[in-house]
Each structure stands twice: as structure tokens, then as C-alpha cells.
Design a protein around this ligand. Structure first.
Ligand SMILES: CC/C=C\C/C=C\C/C=C\C/C=C\C=C\C(=O)SCCNC(=O)CCNC(=O)[C@H](O)C(C)(C)COP(=O)(O)OP(=O)(O)OC[C@H]1O[C@@H](n2cnc3c(N)ncnc32)[C@H](O)[C@@H]1OP(=O)(O)O
Ligand SMILES: Cc1cc2nc3c(=O)[nH]c(=O)nc-3n(C[C@H](O)[C@H](O)[C@H](O)COP(=O)(O)OP(=O)(O)OC[C@H]3O[C@@H](n4cnc5c(N)ncnc54)[C@H](O)[C@@H]3O)c2cc1C
Length: 639
């Protein structure tokens, strides 16, 4: 079958209003309209072509990224795009660039940690791109006195950086503070005196994240003007006297709370993109197994394919909704901080750190699983999946290594439990710890598979598992005379307790989403199916935790799995429509396997002939290397 919509028969099976689901996915009608308009604008502009990335050398690739960034900026100005539209445009251009750090970290760091005066001086310059900034925190080795290493945008482009360094006055070390430092001349871009700066070299994957100039930076007797220390949290007077505002020191790390929150939202984008490709291809791809001489089986009908694919589809939706909630939490904590209420900062830190860790790990693994779900073709660059994986996987490391972040969550949980004794009632995401006595001894009330569809049953099982794992850690920690030694010794268990807590947050936020008014025929029902798939898939995957803590019985674990299979069958007819609801253009997906019309094979065939290796029938190097070898063999054979 040439041309046409090869997935039309799949789209007809949908039992819900796809257009309404698009709005739920986008977050609002307004968000949908902006996203839809800007994604089409980018897709229709040949200047934003990206299919040639894997073929380019690093230098060509990088120059091309600079061209695109400059062109994107020109379009933003010409079209008078709002901040929201401009950020969507950069998102759909889909190429990591120095601009990500300029808008995503440099500006937020100044906004969050600069005084009013500092903001007035620096923000207009940065908003107009008259200076370009990056965020320089990580060091080559350990400590804050070796060389900065890794900051994106630093290597070749940034004119300025927010640099994190120790502040020492009168021989006294006041710890790490942020400073705005000019790195390069605004006239000829050469490094300023005392500054050594460059790119740190090629990274994982062809194309992929190599569009970014992650950099190295050294200072030799560089003087930073006093008023370029970010002084919202602490100040140094003209006389060199150090003082601190009446705010927690941890605000110095506030930019990370902001960025981790955006990374959770980004996880749903990356995972949904991979799932869209794998779902469409699984419906196109047929294999043996038909009965009565009918058409061969679509691989999406294999139960094994469903049990690998549908939990990822459900996870994409789950991460979308927890990302939405996290954005709310971040806005709320920001407003409270402005009113000098710092009470929810530890929770905001724990939630952003933990959810960043969980969603990026699941997304990186999920993209790789989607590649395998596409069989051999998933390994072709034209599937879009190898590059997506290579670009995405460092999310498990940047903005805090995922294990290190889970340990931060564990500290927060242990602290929360220890405060119960003093009568402090936990609130927000740890409110369930207030019922710890009940959760330590409750019994799961599931007798038949459908009982697992009750939100209260699911919630109690996840709360009990999390509470019991945290309490077990706290009890074991109390056996150590040195708490830090205990924390290090038990860190493996603490990480698992933190994971259980974060999974509970995601499940509970999905359930809360379903309690809202969600318009559109069948939309809520489909989201209900996905929510149950997400929860029961986690329960199945981590049944060791649920069983060993006595939260459920082996029979109940068996029933959960039985229910999960039934849910896969319910999701099956809606699968294509559920990925259509992401509303991704073929340009953004960047995948032949995931193209909207499902016309995969002719496109794969055509794309192969466009590979530079096929420019000539006889390749370069044949005469030089292969021909003499063949001749040599011929002579040997004749002898
Ligand atoms: C459009 C969007 C653009 C971009 C973003 C989108 C996608 C990203 C794309 C590309 C990647 C680009 C950039 C990547 C940038 C970076 O990676 S920047 C470097 C980030 N580095 C880290 O995250 C290091 C991880 N380590 C930490 O976070 C450490 O906590 C620390 C900040 C280094 C401090 O360590 P230290 O040992 O000194 O202290 P701790 O014991 O860890 O903490 C002490 C107490 O402070 C509390 N805490 C820690 N961090 C925070 C925080 N951020 N907010 C609030 N509170 C915090 C901690 O809980 C301790 O509290 P206590 O137990 O009560 O004492
Ligand atoms: C693509 C990319 C972009 C980046 N962009 C920026 C940027 O713009 N600006 C910037 O400042 N930085 C940036 N970074 C750096 C990034 O933030 C760090 O790499 C990250 O925070 C991890 O730190 P590390 O590399 O020192 O890892 P390490 O801390 O050396 O981790 C190595 C291993 O040790 C383990 N480990 C470390 N500490 C502990 C502990 N306390 N307990 C148990 N295990 C531990 C980790 O789990 C990991 O397995 C970027 C990194 C990447 C990969």
C-alpha cells in the first residue's frame, strides 16, 4: 500500500476524543494552541532541518547549531514572540545549544540570587542577548578550587558565567557563593586576561549532545568586582565585612530546584516521543502468527510487546501530570520565599531532587526499551531513537547524579520520621507519615483482581510500602553510634526507600489528576486505565518490596498481575490515539518509524539511498585497500 494513512484503521478504533486528550496533555487549551502553532512553524522551515546531524563532523555540527540559534533568535524578534512562544520555539528546534543554559540557568540564577539592583543591571542585557551566560558549578576534580569542567555553553560561546566558588574574607571561609564573571571580550570574543577557557571534547553519540560546547575554565588572579557577587542571600560590604540576610543558606542552590523541576517536565516529552515512535511502528510491523490465512499479526498485539510498551506509555502520562504538579509546587515555594516563608523549601528540594532522579532514570531506560521494541530498525539513526537516547541519557547525571539526589531525599525522609516523636505533623507529600502506626500494621484489602482498580487500595499499598521501608531504615540507623557512618553503611537501603517514596508521589498525583473535571468523551476513562497500568506495573516490578514488607500477600501480587494483563487489553485499541494526543509533528519526532502516516518501509528504503556512502557505487578506499587485497587473493589462489 503506497501513500495514504497506513494507521487509519488504528485511529478508527479509538474509544475517546483525541482532540480533547491533546488539551489534557498540553495542560490547557492555550498551551495546546501555542505548542501546535510553534511546532508547525519550526517543522515548515527548512532552516531547522535536523536529519543530517549524524553525518556532520563536530565543527560542522557546532557551526550549524550556531546558525540555527542565531536564526531562531531572528525569528523570535521578527515575529515578536512572547517568552512562552520563544521557549517553545527553542524546544521544537530540538538541538541542545548554549541558549539552553543562557535561558535555563544563567538568567534564573541571577533572578533567584541577585539583588534588585543586580537584576536591573544584568537581566536586560541577558534578555536582549547582548551578553550570553552559562552556569559554572561543577569541577574537574573534587573541591571548589580546581578547574570548572562541564558547564554547557562555556566552551566556545558564553561571554559571562555565574561561577560558584568559595568566598574567603579576612582569611575566613564562608562557603560556596555565586559570582557573575565576564569571561570573554564583547568586541573580539577573546578570553579576558587570566582566563583559560575551551571545549572539553567529544561526547557520547554522533551528533547528539555534541552540538553543545561543554567547557573547561581556569582563573589565574582574576579580580571579580564586589558588586558581581550575587548578594540576595549574603553580602560583602565595601569595607569587606561579610553578612547574611535572614534567609536559609540553601537558597544559593535555588537554581537547581528550578531546573530539576523543568527536567521532570522534559522527561515526559522525551519518553512520550520514544513511545510514540515505538507504538506507531509496533502497529505497522507485522510478524508471523495469523490464523486462518488472514493478515499477519501486528507486533503490537503480542502480549510481550504490550507488557513492555504500555507501561512506558502510562509512564509518559504519569510524568506529564507529576511535572505539572511539580511546577505548581515550585511556583508555590517561590511565592512563599518572597513572603519570607521558608517552611516548604526542604520538601520542594526533596521532591525536585527525587522526581528528577526517578523520571530521568525511567526515561533513559524507556528510550532504550523503545529502541529494542522496534527491532533492528530501531538501531538505524533514521529511527530517531539512537540520537534521542544519546541526548537524553546524561540527564541521569547532570543537575545532580541520580543516586546522590536520592540520598538527599532519604535524608529528608529520615528527618521527617525523627520529628514525629516531637509531635511535628508532616504535611504535603510526607503527610502519610503522620499515619505511620496504621501503615505499619494495615492489611491490603484485595480479594479479586478488580479490587486493584480502587484508588484507595492502590494508595494504601504504596503508602504502607514507603512508610515501612523508611521506618526500617530509621530503626537500623539508630543502631549506629555515629549517624554519618550509619547513613553511609545503609545507603543502599536508603536509596530504595527514597525510590518507594517518589513512586508514591507519582502514583498519588496521577490519582489526584483523575479527581479533577476532565472534559471530552472517554478521556477520563482512558487516563484511568493508564493510571492503573502505571501503578500496577510498578507494584509488579517491585513486588519484592511489597511482599517483604508484608504490605501484600503472594496471592494479591498474582491478582495485580492478572489485572494488569486485562488493562493492557483495554489500552490496546486506544494505543495509537493515545500517542497521537502528544501532537508531535514528524519534524519533532525525527523518525521514519514513528511518522504519522505509518508509511515506514518506502521511507526507510528511500532514506538509505540518501546516505553519503551511497553517493557512488564504488566507495572511496576501494582502489586503495580492497582491490589490491582481492588481487593478492587471486594470485594466491592461482599458485
Ligand atoms: C530551558 C531549560 C534549560 C535547561 C534545563 C533543562 C534541561 C537540562 C539540560 C541540560 C543540562 C544542563 C545543565 C546542567 C547543569 C548542571 O549540572 S549544574 C551542576 C549541578 N550540580 C549538582 O546538582 C550537584 C549535586 N549535588 C548537590 O546538589 C549538593 O547538595 C550541593 C548543592 C553540591 C551541596 O552539597 P553539600 O555537601 O555542601 O551539602 P548537602 O549535604 O548536599 O546539603 C546541605 C543541606 O542543604 C540542603 N540542600 C541541598 N541542595 C539544596 C537545594 N538545591 N535546595 C534546597 N536545599 C538544598 C540539603 O537537603 C541539606 O539540608 P539539611 O540536611 O537540612 O542540612
Ligand atoms: C551533559 C552534561 C552537561 C552538564 N552541564 C553542566 C553545567 O552546565 N554546569 C555545571 O556546573 N555542571 C554541568 N554538568 C556536570 C554535572 O552536574 C555533574 O556531572 C553531576 O553533578 C555529577 O557530578 P560528578 O560528575 O562529579 O559525578 P561524581 O560525583 O564523580 O559521581 C561518580 C559516581 O560516584 C557516585 N557518588 C558520588 N558522590 C556520592 C555519594 N555522596 N554517595 C554515594 N555515591 C556517590 C555517583 O553516584 C556516581 O556513580 C554537566 C554534566 C553533563 C554530563
Amino acid at each position: 500500500m503506497e501513500g495514504g494513512d497506513h494507521l487509519a484503521h488504528e485511529r478508527k478504533k479509538a474509544q475517546f476524543d483525541v482532540e480533547a486528550m491533546k488539551i489534557v496533555w498540553a495542560g490547557s487549551r492555550h498551551a495546546f494552541e501555542v505548542s501546535d502553532r510553534i511546532s508547525k512553524l519550526v517543522a515548515s522551515d527548512p532552516a531547522f532541518r535536523k536529519d543530517n546531524r549524524p553525518m556532520l563532523s563536530r565543527k560542522e555540527l557546532f557551526k550549524n547549531t550556531l546558525r540555527k540559534a542565531a536564526y531562531a533568535w531572528k525569528r523570535i524578534i521578527e515575529l515578536r514572540l512572547s517568552e512562552e512562544e520563544a521557549s517553545k520555539l527553542r524546544f521544537y528546534v530540538d538541538e541542545p545549544a548554549f541558549t539552553d543554559l543562557h535561558w535555563g540557568m544563567f538568567l534564573p540564577a541571577i533572578k533567584g540570587q541577585g539583588t534588585e539592583e543586580q537584576q536591573q543591571k544584568w537581566l536586560p542585557l541577558a534578555y536582549k542577548m547582548q551578553i550570553i551566560g552559562c552556569y559554572a558549578q561543577t569541577e574537574l576534580g573534587h573541591g571548589s578550587n580546581s578547574s570548572k569542567w562541564w558547564p554547557g555553553g562555556l566552551g566556545k560561546i558564553s561571554t559571562h558565567a555565574v561561577v560558584y566558588a568559595r568566598l574567603i574574607t579576612d582569611g575566613q571561609d564562608h562557603g560556596v557563593h555565586g559570582f557573575i564573571v565576564q569571561l570573554r571580550s564583547l568586541d573580539d570574543h577573546s578570553p579576558l586576561p587570566g582566563i583559560t577557557v575551551g571545549d572539553i571534547g567529544m561526547k557520547f553519540g554522533n551528533g547528539a549532545y555534541n552540538t553543545m560546547d561543554n567547557g573547561v575554565l581556569r582563573f589565574d588572579h582574576v579580580r571579580i568586582p564586589r558588586d558581581q557577587m550575587l548578594m540576595k542571600v549574603s553580602q560583602v560590604s565595601r569595607e569587606g565585612k561579610y553578612s547574611q540576610s535572614n534567609v536559609p543558606r540553601q537558597l544559593v542552590y535555588g537554581t537547581m530546584v528550578f531546573v530539576r523541576q523543568t527536567i521532570v517536565a522534559d522527561a515526559s516529552c522525551a519518553l512520550s516521543r520514544a513511545v510514540c515512535i515505538a507504538t506507531r511502528y509496533s502497529a505497522v510491523r507485522r510478524q508471523f502468527g495469523s490464523q486462518n490465512g488472514g493478515p499477519e499479526t501486528q507486533v503490537i498485539d503480542y502480549k510481550t510487546q504490550q507488557s513492555r510498551l504500555f507501561p512506558l506509555l502510562a509512564s509518559a502520562y504519569a510524568f506529564r501530570f507529576v511535572g505539572e504538579w511539580l511546577k505548581w509546587l515550585y511556583t508555590d515555594v517561590t511565592q512563599r520565599l518572597q513572603a519570607n516563608d521558608f517552611s516548604t523549601l526542604p520538601e520542594a528540594h526533596a521532591c525536585t531532587a527525587g522526581l528528577k532522579s526517578l523520571t530521568t532514570a525511567a526515561t533513559a531506560d524507556g528510550i532504550e526499551e523503545c529502541r529494542k521494541l522496534c527491532g533492528g530498525h530501531g538501531y538505524l539513526c533514521s529511527s530517531g531513537l539512537p540520537e534521542l537516547f544519546a541526548v537524553y541519557v546524561p540527564a541521569c547525571t547532570y543537575e545532580g547524579d541520580n543516586t546522590v539526589l536520592l540520598l538527599q531525599v532519604a535524608r529528608f525522609l529520615v528527618k521527617t520520621l525523627s520529628q514525629l516523636g516531637s509531635g511535628k505533623q508532616p504535611v504535603g507529600t510526607t503527610a502519610y507519615m503522620g499515619q505511620v502506626e496504621h501503615l505499619m500494621q494495615c492489611h491490603c484489602n484485595v480479594q479479586k483482581a478488580e479490587d486493584w482498580l480502587k484508588p484507595a487500595v492502590i494508595l494504601e499499598a504504596f503508602e504502607a510500602r514507603s512508610a515501612r521501608m523508611s521506618v526500617a531504615c530509621a530503626k537500623n540507623l539508630s543502631k549506629f553510634t555515629n549517624p554519618e557512618e550509619g547513613f553511609a553503611e545503609l545507603s543502599g537501603d536508603l536509596v530504595e526507600a527514597a525510590i518507594a517514596h517518589c513512586q508514591l508521589i507519582i502514583v498519588s498525583k496521577f490519582i489526584e489528576k483523575l479527581q479533577q473535571d476532565i472534559p471530552g468523551k472517554g478521556v477520563k476513562q482512558q487516563l484511568g486505565v493508564l493510571c492503573n497500568i502505571y501503578a500496577l506495573f510498578l507494584l509488579h516490578k517491585h513486588q519484592g518490596d511489597f511482599l517483604s514488607t508484608g504490605c501484600i500477600t503472594p496471592k494479591q501480587a498474582y491478582l495485580a498481575n492478572e489485572q494488569l494483563r486485562a488493562l493492557y487489553s483495554q489500552a490496546r485499541p486506544n494505543a495509537i490515539a493515545l500517542v497521537d494526543a502528544f501532537n508531535y509533528t514528524d519534524h519533532y519526532l525525527g523518525s521514519i518509524l514513528g511518522c504519522y502516516d505509518g508509511n515506514v518501509y518506502p521511507k526507510l528504503y528511500e532514506a538509505a539511498w540518501k546516505d553519503p556512502l551511497n553517493d557512488s557505487v564504488v566507495p572511496d578506499g576501494y582502489r586503495e585497500y580492497i582491490w589490491p587485497m582481492l588481487k593478492q587473493q587471486l594470485r594466491t589462489a592461482r599458485l
